[in-house]
Every structure is written in structure tokens, then in C-alpha cells.
Write a protein that binds this ligand. Structure first.
Ligand code: KG4
Ligand code: ZN
Length: 374
């Protein structure tokens, strides 16, 4: 049974809410995955603090959600009674925002007497590439996922719905966090990734020698704090004096190249750890970086794999991915002959390891459970 047929088993369109960080998002998807409407509000109010302030984010979700949900339903041309499922990210993420978004979605589900599906935010990123028609050739299981955002930096073997193995992750900063911190040191504001990439276009990536943390080490863990410290050391002689633009550009380009080298090396190791992978999928805001994308494409090709990255608006936090993960979860339960479930009692969780997703389904003979995280 293909994905679309399986997902058609959902009782009607799904309305999904995303509120795990600083994006307030709502989307409505038809049961087979067609996007009927989607809206994302990237909250302002955090830039002055140089990062997301959890309490500000939670309050903003609370004030933005009612109008956002109303507008998204209007875009889709659906009355609330036309919905079949309601879904929300319930973790991992910032707990205040998760409480607001999932509380709102649960209230809607109860009022409409529709099932509520709790979605793991990382699982939603992991499954986005499977949205029908999104990437050429589709994204059949198994595949290797590189999730690189402000909060996540992981290599995950995606072997099926609920079957995920974390192959490696960061031991300190996430990739996006490193971009943001280095951008801040260069006086580029927040979020810094896009600004750093722009400045790097003017610079020479070979101009300044920087370390490549963990490169050629076994496994596929990441570390970025040494790189960040190296940048701070290069900047120290300048003190409070303004940086010459060409030096800042060279530093940005050299940093970006170091990150790309590290990520390419780690992906090569991850592919060694997952010989069945014929596809590499990138997700998360940092996957927007064109230098990194080019390196990932080159790395995948050199290993006989395809490389795909969903379009940027679906790589960064959004509610379409939440709706799609709910449909895939629903369909998987139906495919296994299990009673479709409602997660109304499930509490939001700031941490929610992907390995726990297997426990939503009872094992069947032809569907082995995912292995443990290493
Ligand atoms: O996935 P995302 O929108 O939000 C979460 O963190 O969940 O990712 C945001 C991160 C930020 O750290 C931002 O600086 C980084 O992605 N980013 C980039 C680029 N665009 C966004 N990093 C490097 N190059 C970019 N072009
Ligand atoms: Zn995310």
C-alpha cells in the first residue's frame, strides 16, 4: 500500500499546530497529504535579546494562535466541523509554547469531538520529505536524515514510521547555534545564519585556518564549540575596534567552509553506519545554506546516494510537517490493524527521544522495532 492510499484512511483533513520554538504555525492538510492552507508567523520580539526568550515565545503563541487558526481555516475554505483530526507538536521543545499549542489543539479536538494526535517535532522534520509530490522521486524508507537547525544537530536513520535510530548528534552546540553565535561575534545580529552566509560570499574560505572538530573520528557526532572558540581568538586582537570588512568576510567564509567540511565528513561516517541508505535528506534551517547544500549533494553523489532537501519553508519550523506526521502516524496504526488512537491525555514534553516513538505501535512479525539509540 503506498503512502497516499494509507493516509486516505484518516477520517478527514487534519488541522495542525506548531509552537515548539518561536514560529507560531497552523496548517490544514487533506487526508492524502495535499496542503489546503498553511500560515507561519515568525515571532519578532526576540532579536533584541540575541536569541529566543521562552516566556516571550509562549505568550506570543497564546495571543497569535486564535486568529491564526481562524485565518488558516478560512484559507482552506473549511468550517471547523469539516476537520477529521487535530494535531500539534507536543515535544521536544520549549515547554511553555508546547503547552499553549497542544492545549489549544486539544481544546479544538474536544469541542469538535475529533481525535487529537500528538506529534513529535523531530519526527515531523524527519518525515517531511515524504509529503506527496514534494521531492522528485519521493523519499522511500530507509533514508539518512541530517537535521541541522538552531536547536538540533543529528544524523538519524529513518527506517519506517516510528522506526528511528539516532546515529550521532552534537556534543555541544547545534549547527545553527554555532552560526548564530559566530554571527553575533561578527556583529551581524540574530538569527545570524543567513547574514553570515551573505557576508561569506565576499570572503575567501581558505584565508583563515580554523579547526575541523571531530573530523575523521569514528561515529558521526558533531562538535562546534572549538570552532567558535577559534573564531573568538582570531577576533581578540581587535578588541572593541571595528573589524575590517574584508577580514570579517574572510572569517565568515572560513567558518562556513569549516562547518561544511565537518558536516560532509560526519555524513560520510553516518552513511558507513547505514549501508542500506540510498537517500540523504537534509532538514532544519541550516539546510538553507547553499555552501552546505552543495557539499551534501557532492557527498551523497560520491556515495551513490540521492540528496534531497525540502523547500526552505518546509525545512524550517512549520505546521505542514506536523500535519503530515499525524497522517503518517494515523495511517501506520491503521495499516497495522490497530485502533486509531487519540492522544488527548498525553502531556507536552520538553524532551521526547525519537526512540520512544516505536512504542506507539505494537510490533508485528513483519515490522521489527527500531534499535536503541547509541
Ligand atoms: O529550523 P529553524 O528555522 O528553527 C529551529 O532552530 O528549530 O533553524 C533556525 C536556524 C538558525 O540558527 C539560523 O541561523 C539557521 O537556522 N540558518 C542558517 C541559514 N538560514 C537559517 N544557517 C546557515 N545558513 C543559512 N543560510
Ligand atoms: Zn524544528
Amino acid at each position: 500500500m503506498n503512502v497516499s492510499t494509507a493516509c486516505a484512511m484518516a477520517p478527514g483533513p487534519v488541522l495542525a499546530i506548531e509552537s515548539s520554538c518561536d514560529e507560531t504555525a497552523c496548517a490544514i492538510l487533506a487526508p492524502e497529504g495535499t496542503i489546503l492552507a498553511q500560515r507561519v508567523i515568525s515571532q519578532d520580539g526576540h532579536a533584541d535579546f540575541g536569541g529566543v526568550v521562552p516566556e516571550i515565545a509562549a505568550r506570543a503563541h497564546l495571543s497569535l494562535l486564535p486568529e491564526l487558526v481562524h485565518a488558516t481555516l478560512k484559507d482552506a475554505g473549511l468550517p471547523p466541523s469539516g476537520l477529521g483530526l487535530v494535531a500539534a507538536s507536543t515535544g521536544p521543545g520549549l515547554i511553555g509554547g508546547l503547552i499553549v499549542g497542544s492545549g489549544f489543539a486539544k481544546g479544538l479536538a474536544l469541542a469538535l469531538n475529533r481525535p487529537f494526535v500528538a506529534v513529535n517535532h523531530v519526527e515531523a522534520h524527519a518525515l517531511t520529505a515524504r509529503l506527496p509530490g514534494l521531492v522528485e522521486g519521493g523519499a522511500p524508507f530507509p533514508y539518512l536524515l541530517l537535521l541541522v537547525s538552531g536547536g538540533h544537530c543529528q544524523c538519524i536513520a529513518v527506517e519506517g514510521i516510528g522506526r528511528y535510530r539516532k546515529l550521532g548528534g552534537t556534543i555541544d552546540d547545534a549547527a545553527g547555534e554555532a552560526f548564530d553565535k559566530v554571527a553575533k561575534m561578527l556583529g551581524l545580529g540574530w538569527p545570524g545564519g543567513p547574514a553570515l552566509e551573505k557576508l561569506a560570499q565576499e570572503g575567501n574560505p581558505d584565508a583563515i585556518a580554523l579547526p575541523r572538530p571531530l573530523i575523521r573520528r569514528a561515529g558521526c557526532d558533531f562538535s562546534f564549540s572549538g570552532l567558535k572558540t577559534a573564531i573568538a581568538q582570531k577576533l581578540a586582537p581587535y578588541g572593541q575596534t571595528p573589524l575590517p570588512r574584508s577580514f570579517a568576510a574572510d572569517l565568515a567564509a572560513s567558518f562556513q567552509q569549516a562547518v561544511a567540511d565537518v558536516v560532509a565528513d560526519r555524513i560520510n561516517h553516518a552513511l558507513d553506519m547505514m549501508p542500506s541508505a540510498r537517500l540523504l535528506v537534509a532538514a532544519g534551517g541550516v539546510a538553507a545554506n547553499t555552501v552546505l547544500r552543495a557539499r551534501l549533494e557532492e557527498t551523497a553523489q560520491s556515495r551513490g546516494c540521492r540528496f534531497v532537501a525540502p523547500p526552505l519553508r518546509l525545512c524550517t519550523d512549520n505546521a505542514v510537517m506536523v500535519g503530515w506526521a499525524a497522517l503518517e502516524t494515523w495511517a501506520e496504526a491503521a495499516r497495522r490493524g490497530q485502533t486509531p488512537f487519540t492522544d488527548i491525555a498525553l502531556r507536552p514534553r520538553p524532551r521526547w527521544p525519537l526512540e520512544e516513538m516505536a512504542s506507539r505501535f505494537t510490533p508485528t512479525d513483519n515490522q521489527p522495532e527500531a534499535g536503541s539509540f547509541s
